[in-house]
Design a protein around this ligand. Structure first.
Ligand code: GLA
Length: 504
């Protein structure tokens, strides 16, 4: 039987007079939207339907509450106008609501991250069963695995393909890494990000989903091209996209990855946040560090927990080769600059085998200008960041190729000394200096402003103890000369002057 709380709003409309509706529509919605809603909007590639529970509370036109999935629980805030509602993640810096929709026939119809969503009133049976807490191991130091002496270089599927990556994409990308010259420029790892996962078999072995019919065969193919292959998992029960992850199966999954021939693991915190506390970060990452080493296969270990818990201070202790220092990058100037500046304080912790990771490259994905992408590449190189291309290598423009495969810039990133440049600001100009193994220095001057600006680089400020032999503009590919120890040049908006100064 329908009660006043559950009468469909459209039926109410038919029943009520115009004046009552004008006065009462917001109030009626207020009655309706409060409560628990269950949606099985997202069908995963492994056949599972992802249950999502929305708990909503309305106060006038304001909404608050939480959204729970197998991956995590997140507080939301939002608004209702008539039948229309919008929800935003608390603490997220999104420019658009991530859920929007209408209250229709006592159901919520709308979209989550642009994907269709229908939510009905939740019943007592709609419960997300969370797994029990497995206490983390005692801390100890995991030995350095001897890998990533220079920042890892390669390609990762997430920035462009997100959940649409599959076996064929990876194979054709591996082909293109060779034919485009990317492999020979140093981009060796082909990394499959989230959404390759299937379900666990009777013995608990994690299988691939239909998009990756035979991971071992794919790894063999990638290896046959002179490349290496990477994969992705999470210490929680679910990955960020909601797929089964390594919680309680750490050793088993490490063995599976090794048996497939995997060379690189990105281990993404995601749903681990709904089980563990911040104090558990190090021992939980240590658990996978140990498991990887126990396989006997050299596997680069990439920590992804967005910089929580001063990761740069302990990641080498768990044999981490690189660790994310920020949230996700997007193909926007502001996002790229924000990520690189956010990790500036971590500079002392970078060095051979151990790198700060401001996230993957967006170069070639189409939403920044050529100058902005050159700045992106310059800043990643100056800060000894991993260079993981995130574009479609099969269809790169000549300009994208000239940026990603600029050997002089790559050499600065890959410099054996492994120093991470730090910035100093002067108005809109930001200068980054990176000491190099040959005693020289790389200097980048970024124009953060929206108008051209003139910079004067003086030899004195470089602090070199030896005589300067030559100075090269590594984007113009030519020598530049200093007049009385000063080089004056105009830098276009959002562009970077990048010099390599060599000494006798
Ligand atoms: C997180 C990571 C991203 C990507 C996605 C995959 O957001 O930070 O780099 O791996 O998960 O779901």
């Amino acid at each position: 039987m329908q009660t006043a709380m559950t009468t469909p709003i459209t039926a109410r409309r038919l029943l009520c007079g115009v004046i009552v509706c004008l006065l009462g529509v917001t109030v009626l919605s207020a009655q309706e939207i409060n409560g628990r809603w269950a949606s099985t909007g997202k069908l995963l590639e492994n056949g599972e339907a992802q249950l999502r529970i929305l708990v909503l509370k309305q106060d006038g036109e304001k909404l608050s509450g939480s959204i729970e999935t197998l991956s995590d629980t997140h507080n939301v805030t939002g608004s209702v106008h008539g039948d229309h509602f919008e929800l935003w993640g608390v603490g997220w810096s999104d420019v658009k609501p991530f859920i929007t929709g209408e209250l229709t026939n006592n159901e919520l119809h709308g979209t989550v991250w642009g994907e269709p969503m229908v939510a009905r009133r939740a019943t007592a049976k709609d419960v997300i069963s969370h797994q029990a807490y497995i206490p983390p191991p005692a801390l100890h130091k995991v030995a350095y695995n001897g890998l990533a002496k220079t920042p890892p270089m390669g390609w990762n599927s997430w920035n462009l393909f997100a959940e649409k990556v599959d076996d064929q994409t990876v194979r054709t990308m591996a082909d293109a890494m060779v034919t485009s010259g990317m492999r020979d420029a140093g981009y060796i790892y082909i990394n499959i990000d989230d959404t390759w996962e299937g379900v666990r078999d009777a013995k608990g072995n994690l299988q691939t989903n239909h998009k990756f019919p035979d991971m071992k065969a794919l790894a063999d193919y990638v290896h046959s091209k002179g490349l290496k292959i990477g994969i992705y998992s999470s210490p929680g029960p679910r990955t960020c996209a909601g797929y089964p992850a390594s919680y309680g199966h750490e050793e088993q999954d490490a063995n599976t990855f090794a048996a497939w021939g995997i060379d690189y693991l990105k281990y993404d915190w995601c749903s681990a946040g709904s089980i563990y506390r911040e104090a558990d970060l190090q021992p939980i990452y240590q658990k996978m560090g140990d498991a990887l080493q126990a396989t006997g296969r050299p596997i680069v270990y990439s920590l992804c927990e967005y910089g929580f818990g001063s990761v740069e201070k302990w990641a080498p202790e768990v044999s981490g080769n690189l660790w994310r220092t920020t949230g996700d990058i997007s193909d926007k100037w502001e996002s790229m600059i924000e990520n690189i500046e956010k990790q500036a304080h971590t500079a002392p912790y970078a060095g051979p085998g151990h790198w700060n990771d401001p996230d993957m490259l967006e170069i070639g994905n189409g939403h920044m200008s050529g100058d902005e992408y050159r700045t992106h590449m310059s800043l990643w190189a100056l800060t000894a960041a991993p260079l993981l291309a995130g574009n479609d290598v099969r269809t790169m423009s000549d300009e994208t190729k000239s940026i990603l495969m600029n050997r002089e810039v790559i050499a600065i990133d890959q410099d054996a000394l492994g120093k991470q440049a730090s910035p100093t600001k002067n108005g809109n100009l930001e200068t980054w200096m990176k000491p190099l193994a040959d005693g020289g220095v790389a200097v980048g001057v970024v124009n953060l402003g929206s108008a051209p600006a003139t910079t004067k680089v003086t030899l004195k400020e470089l602090g070199l103890s030896k005589q300067v032999k030559s100075v090269r503009d590594v984007w113009a590919h030519k020598e530049v000369s200093f007049t009385k120890g000063v080089y004056t040049v105009q830098i276009p908006a959002h562009a970077t002057l990048m010099l390599r100064v060599s000494v006798d």
